[in-house]
Structure formats: structure tokens, C-alpha cells
Design a protein around this ligand. Structure first.
Ligand SMILES: *Cc1c(COP(=O)(O)O)cnc(C)c1O
Length: 349
């Protein structure tokens, strides 16, 4: 394997600035799940924190605690997956804001906070139609009433009300937002005053101002990964921060062999369907093996030439989302597949 993922932290900072300028006055929560979409958690969160990002979206509590270790006490860290009592205790100890979409889990969390003698900040989640752990509308009024009691007892602080939307069709998102609005009214009626209302991820945060509320949870766009079927990164004012390169390890008559294959994250379904960037421009990706792949040869190809699978910087470039569209998936999927064994190289001015 000769591959490496170059991560341009200056581009990350520029993207963060662009997202903030676009969604202002709403706050940006930088979503850093899955090792910051494969770019490396620690360098990403430290760079973002230095650029003024104060909210991080961590997915699970373990990742939330890793963000806490990387950025220190001041950051607000939101996690929405807690699997066990240990997780709840770790969240309380790490001062993680927890997304809670289940009445029993709210009780367990309250117990953990009581035992620790420390109130915990929660963001109550309404299921607006995605059916991914949220409280169903029929249970919501009882849920917010109970949360108000626990808040009055000083056990929890209701810091937010949130949901997640599909961002696949405007009309479905509009329906989800109507449910969300209703849920906010119910929370208000129960006496709750959540400071952070958040609903949108990347696509809606740019395209649908009415979805921004107090905060947007953005992952993909901060990494310069555009939506499949959506506007180009350029059009959005964003730059891809990752570039996946591999070296030529052997030159044959028709093909060169590169040191990157399916085991390091190159989807084998791209075989014969994608092109890659070479010093002579774009060339077909002819075969994808386990740890090596074949690319159509170019004149004067030599061992050590660099081939770019995706990312900015060479002729014939493709973005992660361009590759994703060829095989019917999303750019995040391409970025996430890059194996942890592939070296990450960071550049920062
Ligand atoms: C992944 C995720 C996001 C970020 O989505 P992007 O499209 O990458 O911006 C936001 N919210 C939740 C709950 C997520 O799981």
C-alpha cells in the first residue's frame, strides 16, 4: 500500500467560515462522527476550535469524550447515542450535552445525574418521520412534561429540542418541519425554554433558511463534500479538504499498478466505471484488487508517479461525491471507507 489521504486544514477553516457566513445568525455545530468523516478527529476538532467553533456533534458518547480530551473544557459537545449506563455516566462526567429520544433513557440519565450530583444538559428529540430514535408525537406531550419536572428538580437542563430530517425532498422536509414546530409549541406549553433548536444538516442549512433555527449540524459541507445530485462545492463556496493519492508501483504495457485497493477503501464497484487523475490527465480505473489496482497507462509513466483517486489538485480530478454518484451512493460513504491504515497527512499554513 502506498496511499495517503492529504487533509488540507486551511480548506477546513475556509469551509467553516463559509458555512458560518451562510447560516448566520444561527450557530454552527461541526459534526465529527466517524473520525471526522475519515479525516482524523483530533486535528479536525483542534483546528476547528482554534477557528472559533464552539459546538461539536459527536454521535456517540465515546467520541464526545474524545472531543472533550482534544479541545478542553469550553466546547459544547453534543452526542446523541448513549448505549449503556456507563455511557450516561461518562456523559455526565464529561459534561456532554446528550440528545435523548426515549422516555426510559431520560429516566436513566436523570438517575445517573442525581447519583453524580451534577445536572446534565439534554436535547429532547422528536421523531419527525425518519423513525431514527426520537419520541413519537403521540408520546411527546407526556415526555416534555416529564422533562419539565426533572428540570424543575435541578436534575437536568433542557438545552435543546431537535430532530433529524432526510433532506431528500423539500416536501417531506416541510412535513417534518411542521411536526417539529408543533413539538416546539408543546415544549413551550410544558414550560421549557430550550436555547438551542436544531433541525438542519448540510443541505438544508444552505438551501432552506427556515430550517436553521438556533443552530445547524453540519458535517459534509465543512469537509467540502457536496450532496449527491446537489450543487457543486465551487457553487457553494466550499473546497474538498481531502485528497486520496496512491503511487504507481509498476508500469506495464497497457496498465500501471497503483498501491491502493479495496481493502484500503477503494470501492470495487468503481472498477471500469471511474477515472483517476494522473500526471497526463484522466485515465480509466481498469481493475481494483485487494491492495492494488490497475490504471490505463500514459506515455512516460514511471514508478513513483502519483495518481489521485479523488480530491483537488491534479488534472482529471474527481471529488468524493463524483465517485459516489457513479455507484449510487453519497460522498461521505467514499470518504468514510478510506481505511484507518491509510496514512493521513495534514497541511496547515
Ligand atoms: C451526520 C449527521 C449530521 C450531519 O450531516 P451532514 O449531511 O454530513 O451535514 C447532522 N445531524 C445528525 C443527527 C447526523 O447524524
Amino acid at each position: 500500500m502506498t496511499a495517503r489521504l492529504h487533509v488540507d486544514l486551511d480548506a477546513l477553516v475556509a469551509n467553516i467560515a463559509q458555512v458560518r457566513a451562510t447560516v448566520s445568525p444561527a450557530e454552527l455545530m461541526l459534526v465529527v462522527k466517524d473520525d471526522a468523516y475519515g479525516h482524523g478527529l483530533e486535528p479536525v476538532v483542534q483546528t476547528a476550535a482554534a477557528a472559533g467553533v464552539s459546538w461539536f456533534g459527536a454521535f456517540d458518547v465515546r467520541t464526545g469524550c474524545a472531543v472533550r480530551d482534544a479541545v478542553g473544557d469550553d466546547a459544547r459537545i453534543f452526542a446523541w447515542i448513549a448505549a449503556s449506563r456507563d455511557d450516561l455516566e461518562a456523559a455526565v462526567a464529561g459534561r456532554i450535552d446528550l440528545g435523548i429520544g426515549d422516555a426510559d433513557l431520560l429516566e436513566e440519565l436523570a438517575e445517573a445525574a442525581r447519583d453524580a450530583g451534577a445536572p446534565v444538559r439534554v436535547h429532547l428529540k422528536i421523531d419527525t418521520g425518519l423513525h431514527r430514535n426520537g419520541v413519537r408525537p403521540e408520546q411527546w406531550p407526556a415526555f416534555v412534561s416529564r422533562a419539565a419536572i426533572l428540570e424543575a428538580d435541578g436534575v437536568i437542563e433542557v438545552a435543546g429540542v431537535w430532530s433529524h430530517i432526510a433532506e431528500a425532498s423539500d416536501s417531506e422536509d416541510d412535513d417534518a418541519r411542521a411536526v417539529y414546530e408543533w413539538a416546539l409549541d408543546q415544549a413551550t406549553a410544558a414550560g421549557l425554554r430550550p436555547a438551542m433548536r436544531h433541525l438542519a444538516a448540510s443541505a438544508a442549512s444552505f438551501a432552506r433558511p427556515e430550517f436553521r433555527y438556533d443552530m445547524v449540524r453540519v458535517g459534509a459541507f465543512c469537509y467540502g463534500i457536496r450532496s449527491a445530485g446537489g450543487p457543486s462545492a465551487d457553487h457553494l463556496g466550499l473546497r474538498p479538504i481531502g485528497r486520496l493519492d496512491a503511487d504507481v508501483v509498476e508500469v506495464g504495457g497497457e496498465y500501471v499498478r497503483i498501491g491502493l485497493g479495496a481493502l484500503e477503501g477503494l470501492p470495487s464497484s468503481l472498477q471500469r466505471r471511474a477515472t483517476v487523475g494522473t500526471p497526463a490527465g484522466s485515465r480509466a480505473l481498469v481493475a481494483i484488487g485487494g491492495t492494488e489496482s490497475l490504471v490505463a497507462v500514459w506515455p512516460d509513466a514511471v514508478v513513483g508517479d502519483v495518481v489521485t483517486v479523488y480530491g483537488p489538485g491534479v488534472s482529471g480530478e474527481r471529488t468524493a461525491t463524483d465517485l459516489a454518484e457513479i455507484i449510487g451512493t453519497i460522498g461521505e460513504e467514499i470518504a468514510l471507507r478510506v481505511s484507518p491504515l491509510v496514512e493521513r497527512r495534514y497541511t496547515r499554513r
